[in-house]
Write a new protein. Structure first.
Length: 311
């Protein structure tokens, strides 16, 4: 994807009303100058971290996904929805978290990112990505706005990590996690090999205090978008009143001097970040190490195999 736009669209909306969110998504796309031609192949990539212990908060909300899917269909796109969750297959996780039910009746295909393709990043790392995420005209990123126990916060850039196939994500945590900059460089370099598209962040009900699984609800009441995930993340950090350098992922985007990293260069055609009240959003007080413990990795592998066999 091309990292060049400095436009970020922000709108306030407090509930998951599908029709209203679809209208907001259309408003954001128009303000950002994003258009899709009829007949294009689109993959929606929500955050499907896991169906385990589902509370309705860790994954992108079902009605948010359905609203974006309907907007894409209205544009004449051919729509697939998929991810590579940490545990289980994507269609099973989508059933657990309610996305499959919200999409029922719509002409969309629910897919698991299961076909492997090797790519080499600018940092030299060779990754096994999902071919399904690469073989589309537009990759539409649907991150959940949430705190994260390892990277402080998870937004648009981090959500693309789900294009790495299955257990490969845990292996990258182990291989690169001891070097924070190396891990974040991998996340940022990944953007360059993925198709272009647009990111819409689900900030209607955000997750704070902890994450990516066991956080608490924060009624942020916001939907944001940008064709540049770097710019979107920077704007979201400003919304929280953070200094962008608090985010290890932002520090890497600034080190690479990517467009959208510098707050003073951002353009807001709709609301400004400070128009959305975010006082009281609590970030993790202490971060956990990026590498998992060896026993965690082994148990994760066993659980993943069991879930794949039963999904």
């Amino acid at each position: 994807m091309e990292i060049s736009s400095q436009k970020v669209g922000i709108l306030r909306y407090p509930t998951y009303d599908r029709q209203a969110i679809k209208e907001q998504v259309a408003t954001l796309a128009q303000a950002l100058g994003f258009r899709m031609p009829s007949g294009c192949r689109v993959v929606l990539k929500p955050n499907l971290v896991s169906g385990r212990g589902h509370t309705g908060l860790a994954c992108t909300h079902p009605e948010f996904v359905a609203a974006v899917a309907e907007w894409c269909l209205d544009c004449g796109a051919k729509v697939r929805v998929g991810d590579s969750p940490a545990f289980g297959r994507a269609p099973a996780v989508m059933r657990t978290c309610g996305i499959a039910q919200s999409l029922q009746g719509l002409p969309v295909e629910l897919i698991h990112f299961g076909t492997a393709r090797q790519v080499r990043l600018a940092c030299g790392e060779r990754l096994t990505l999902a071919a399904e995420a690469l073989d589309c005209d537009f990759l539409i990123n649907l991150p959940k706005f949430k705190a994260h126990s390892q990277t402080l916060i998870s937004l648009a850039v981090k959500n693309y990590f789900g294009t790495v196939k299955g257990f490969g994500k845990a292996l990258l945590h182990q291989k690169l996690g001891e070097d924070e900059q190396a891990f974040c460089r991998m996340l940022v370099d990944l953007l360059a090999v993925l198709p272009g598209g647009i990111s819409f962040v689900d900030g209607v009900q955000a997750m704070h205090r902890r994450g990516p699984l066991q956080g608490e609800i924060f009624p942020l009441g916001m939907v944001g978008g940008s064709v540049n995930p770097v710019a979107l993340d920077t704007a979201m950090l400003l919304m929280l009143g953070m200094k962008p350098e608090q985010s290890m992922i932002w520090r890497e985007t600034a080190r690479q001097q990517l467009a959208g990293a510098w707050p003073e260069e951002l353009v807001f055609p709709l609301l400004q970040p400070w128009d959305v009240p975010a006082q009281g959003f609590v970030l993790p007080s202490a971060l956990k190490p990026i590498p998992f413990k060896p026993l965690q990795v082994f148990n994760s592998m066993v659980k993943r195999v069991r879930l794949l066999l039963h999904s």
